[in-house]
Design a binder for this molecule. Sequence first.
Ligand SMILES: NC(=O)c1ccc[n+]([C@@H]2O[C@H](COP(=O)([O-])OP(=O)(O)OC[C@H]3O[C@@H](n4cnc5c(N)ncnc54)[C@H](O)[C@@H]3O)[C@@H](O)[C@H]2O)c1
Length: 419
Amino acid sequence: MTESKSVIVFGADGYIGWPMAMHLSKLGHRVTAVDNLARRGWDVEGGTYSLLPMASMETRVARWKKETGREIIWRNLDLCDAEALDALMVEFMPDAVIHFAEQRSAPFSMISREHAVRTQVNNIVGNLNLLYSIHAIVPECHLIKLGSMGEYGSPNIDIEEGYITIEHNGRVDTLPFPKVPHSFYHLSKVADSQNIHFASRVWGLRATDLNQGVVYGVQTEETALHPELSTRFDFDSIWGTALNRFCVQSAVGEPLTIYGKGGQTRGYLDIRDTMACITLTLDNPPNVGECRVFNQFTEQFSLNELASVVMSAREKMGLSTEIVHIPNPRVEAEEHYYNPKHTALMDLGLRPHYLSDTLVTSVIKIVEQHKGIVDPVLLQIPSVDWRTGGNEIWEKYANQDEFKFNAIRTARLIDSARR
Ligand SMILES: NC(=O)c1ccc[n+]([C@@H]2O[C@H](COP(=O)([O-])OP(=O)(O)OC[C@H]3O[C@@H](n4cnc5c(N)ncnc54)[C@H](O)[C@@H]3O)[C@@H](O)[C@H]2O)c1
């Protein structure tokens, strides 16, 4: 480790935030863990839960102190509360902040208008508040923001790391890479990226926007110290990644459900590599006014390939698996070109883990141990359909004043005729 820094981890009760807080604490940084526990509330609201039991933040930080003698300061705070955020920044004067604190489910954001609005307000307002607090209170602070590879969508050209040099009508410029994402959640991330880029240009903020791929795995050196230090494992169709869902479906004897043709390709990385990437980013800050963008993933798989990797990992362990294709509830290309660059973190020294190993050495075993608490309802056909967003508005008004809602009905008829 180089020097001990004051680091605030926002979203520290989450899947990645909690292991990250412990990892940085172990490295000798002074860590403040912040979260408003919104995610635990969203679970209660939707009847979802983590496959691994999750201790409260109070229990986690106490257990961490007991196991390691190190202190993590815990604060319950909403990033959308600007006043509380400013006071926190004044209290801890961070050298760096790591921002995980967002609503991070694409299906959640596509449930209804209310969910889309809630997602975008929470994410965009929280991020904007943070930019203002850094600018006013700790202008030298390094913002490390978790974006998503999903911001780019799946363009039919190579995806660069954040910027692309374009020649147009005889003139050349380097501009942010065009982004055509697949959900209102991912659109909130795009807005965040634009706001961060703007704050760097206008205020001279130092920022790294990490376009992260899908993260898998639950075991890090720190989570393995004690069950109370464990992180969450989501497997339902709202919060679980396709990979987690596949692992749980096969464990309970259900077939793996591939949405559509299964050619949808995305970047993936092990949670230990997420820790390593963020630590490398922290140790190598950008210059004043620099908005750096790294594509943070190590391997890429289509859904079909992902299912095959799960199947062969289970075969190695003497376990069987079946695969089915179901209608795709999302609107996305099911066969497409995908070639994103991801060399910047490798250049800083990242040594990746590989999915096929991690499945065999940890994920499948952990899922097998906990499969008894899986509610099969959570694995059923996905309840959120990208095409029917707004149905709740239609249903509310459909039987009311016919004249008044003629316009809505006409739009609806045109829409269904087009399909
Ligand atoms: N998990 C992945 O595979 C993945 C992939 C790409 C990007 N990301 C990004 O990484 C970040 C962390 O993801 P995760 O999987 O750990 O998510 P998570 O839902 O497990 O954790 C996010 C945490 O942020 C908190 N939070 C949300 N809004 C908040 C607010 N306004 N104020 C304070 N706390 C708030 C939640 O309570 C939750 O504990 C997210 O920004 C996500 O978009 C995750």
